[in-house]
Ligand binder design. Structure first.
Ligand code: SF4
Ligand code: SF4
Length: 209
């Protein structure tokens, strides 16, 4: 999926993805996307909005308009602290926090989350470790985080890391659970159930129109 950056530049209708809004509304929590009246309450309340590239209100408008690349590659959803202030105060009951979660999941699935940004890198590496080993190892997670975001910082922290490791405070070996195949079966069935539910909800949304 081409990622178009530059909100200040012109984007033509043909470059938008009209199916994006439907994709988000089909995810649990995204159903009320089109109820938004663009009042801006969410952006005014959000404690993190000054640091976001697009405020929550803008994200809702952009999803509806089909700015898929911009939304999924933005830092906004990764900065969301899940405080639920926006969701509680939204006059139209839009579940903005759930929409933030939905965009995170879609960004990871499509491989367009911001590179070298610590939060998505940490989330992806954490999930990958748990998915393949059943648990994560702190030391390996920290190493991967540094290597994928700022390897120079890893060099600076090397002495501290070695000291912690020599005192047994930082493990670098990968921990693993027994019967990993059972975990894989469980995760696979959860993913299957999620897809079935998502298809069912899309069908219901289509019937309701
Ligand atoms: S508070 Fe609700 S209705 Fe207002 S802009 Fe945010 S999502 Fe839309
Ligand atoms: S849940 Fe996220 S988007 Fe909503 S107010 Fe809190 S930090 Fe902002």
């Amino acid at each position: 999926m081409p990622v178009w950056r530059g909100w200040d530049k012109i984007k033509y209708q043909a470059q938008l993805d009209p199916a994006f809004a439907e994709e988000v509304t089909s995810i649990p929590g995204g159903e009320k996307l089109f109820d938004c009246i663009q009042c801006g309450t969410c952006s005014g309340l959000c404690p993190l909005s000054p640091y976001m590239d697009f405020t929550p209100r803008k994200i809702i408008a952009m999803i509806r308009a089909g700015f898929k690349g911009e939304v999924l590659s933005s830092h906004t959803c990764w900065l969301c602290a899940s405080c639920y202030a926006c969701t509680v105060e939204c006059p139209k009951g839009v579940k903005i926090t759930e929409i933030m979660y939905a965009t995170k999941r879609l960004a990871i699935r499509e491989g367009v989350s911001p590179k070298r940004f610590a939060i998505p890198v940490l989330a992806e590496e954490f999930f990958r470790d748990v998915e393949s080993n059943g648990r994560n190892s702190e030391g390996r997670l920290i190493m991967k985080l540094y290597l994928k975001t700022n390897p120079f910082k890893a060099l600076k922290q090397a002495t501290l890391g070695l000291r912690l490791w020599s005192q047994g405070r930082l493990g670098i070996r990968s921990d693993s659970i027994k019967r990993k195949s059972e975990l894989k079966t469980l995760l696979k069935s959860l993913e299957k159930e999620r897809m079935v539910r998502s298809r069912r909800e899309t069908a219901h949304a289509g019937e309701a129109k």
